[in-house]
Design a protein around this ligand. Structure first.
Ligand code: PLP
Ligand code: ZN
Length: 430
């Protein structure tokens, strides 16, 4: 139930106590979260632009700075998703240097969670777990189920009972055992903490959490490499537990420390839905703690009312000179549509949150138009189609005749003219 490693081990964030490599997530002295600490000097020779570029076109090109146990040969091509210049979205929001990091197409289950799960499961195997699992707001469930299937591990996955149907199906199809729990994510997570104490299971975001969280650093490495080994001026990132946004910063700092990019300040901007906004609330009110909320939003993948890394995320956002915003569910849907209509990227509700917050940050002058800004899109719209129900009328079918087509086109043009008039005043059309 432990292994030793030359380059990394668990360390307490608060008191600095070291733990080697074991399946635990909190310090037994001060209860603070544990984090994987790397010996950067030991890693330095294996983590250069040259060694990375000679590696595979996936997250394993950064393996030297991921907590991968010796003897594990990763072969699943996770990550290395596109970073695209978003000129048309930029025009809409008043930006000239906006990029989208598109994890809506992450392999294998279409969200950034594939990155964290692949690192966590490598450790689950090293610790000898035969059963793995998680508490999930949806995407994590999909990814654990898929990757456990491929590794031949048993999976038991706990989710809030009201999860979107697509995310439930996307878990069951891989043969995982799915347990729906009455209550919200925070109830599910508390139950999982008790399960981890009782059963010898590797729960990726509970007793394997420190290893899991490191996988998110690959978003940061990729952004820097894809910008030509440069850091952006700003990152806009959705927040649930508050882990991803922190790990992108950790990645940037490691790249600076090892001389792969020039040191420069990067401001971090957090995005949440107003119906579950404990971290953005803490940032705006300048609190050092998190006031837990009861989530009520369509952005279910971000609906964590008592985020584990919330206090650290809020502190870090302020340290970088960034900010956090939240948006209503109506704005979330508009954000999904706006990204699809301008860039051809169909994201889930979480991406609607990020897109709408990005627009707000430009509108409020918190980000200036010519700065290099990366908006992190983390999930795929096909998983949350229920958010768009009623947004598009069902089209009548026409007979396969040119005259019918011409007549139909005319009615469509009439209808869209009506739509433009209705939306011109800011009225939302159902
Ligand atoms: C889990 C998740 C996030 C947020 O991740 P944290 O690291 O918990 O803040 C963002 N977007 C999507 C789509 C997710 O599934
Ligand atoms: Zn401690």
């Amino acid at each position: 139930m432990a292994y030793s490693c030359r380059t990394y081990e668990l360390k307490c964030n608060e008191c600095g106590k070291r733990f080697g490599n074991r399946p635990i997530s909190a310090c037994d002295d001060c209860l603070a979260p544990l984090e994987v600490a790397f010996d950067l000097e030991a890693v330095r020779p294996q983590f250069t632009r040259e060694t990375i570029q000679a590696g595979p076109a996936n997250i394993w090109r950064y393996a030297a700075l991921l907590p991968i146990p010796e003897g594990f040969t990763p072969d699943l091509p996770v990550g290395f998703t596109p970073l695209v210049k978003a000129s048309r979205l930029g025009k809409r929001v008043g930006a000239t240097n906006l990029y989208v990091k598109n994890d809506a197409v992450c392999f294998p289950t279409l969200s950034f969670k594939d990155r964290v799960v692949s690192v966590a499961l490598a450790n689950a195997q090293a610790f000898g777990f035969r059963t793995v699992g998680c508490s999930s707001t949806g995407n994590l469930a999909n990814s654990v189920a898929a990757q456990a299937a491929r590794l031949g591990l048993n999976a038991t996955i706990l989710v809030p009972a009201d999860l979107e149907p697509a995310k439930i199906l996307n878990t069951l199809v891989y043969g995982a055992r799915l347990v729906r729990v009455e209550g919200n994510y925070d109830h599910v997570n508390r139950l999982c903490t008790m399960i981890a104490d009782e059963y010898r299971w590797g729960l990726v975001n509970v007793n394997l959490r420190p290893y899991y969280a490191e996988g998110s650093k690959t978003v940061g490495y990729e952004i820097a490499e894809q910008l030509g080994w440069r850091l952006p001026d700003n990152i806009v990132c959705p927040m649930a537990g508050g882990s991803l946004i922190r790990k992108i910063r950790k990645a940037f700092r490691e790249l600076i420390a090892l001389g792969l990019v020039e040191d420069k300040p990067v401001r971090f901007f957090g995005a949440q839905a107003t119906g579950c906004s404990p971290i953005s609330h803490a940032v705006r009110e300048r609190l050092d703690w998190i006031e837990p909320q009861r989530p009520n939003t369509i952005a279910r993948s971000l609906a964590i009312g008592n985020p584990a890394d919330g206090p650290a995320a809020a502190k870090m956002i302020r340290e970088t000179g960034g900010w956090a915003e939240d948006v209503s569910d109506v704005e979330v849907v508009a954000g999904m549509q706006e990204l699809a209509e301008t860039e051809g990227i169909f994201t889930e509700t979480a991406g609607g949150v990020t897109t709408a917050v990005t627009a707000k940050l430009y509108a409020d002058g918190r980000i200036s138009r010519d700065q290099v800004t990366v908006s992190c899109i983390t999930g795929n719209g096909l998983k949350t189609t229920d958010a768009l129900v009623g947004r598009y009328r069902e089209q009548p079918a026409i007979r396969p005749r040119l005259a019918d087509f011409a007549a139909h086109l005319e009615t469509l043009e009439h209808a869209s003219l009506g739509l433009e008039l209705a939306t011109a005043g800011g009225v939302y059309v159902d």
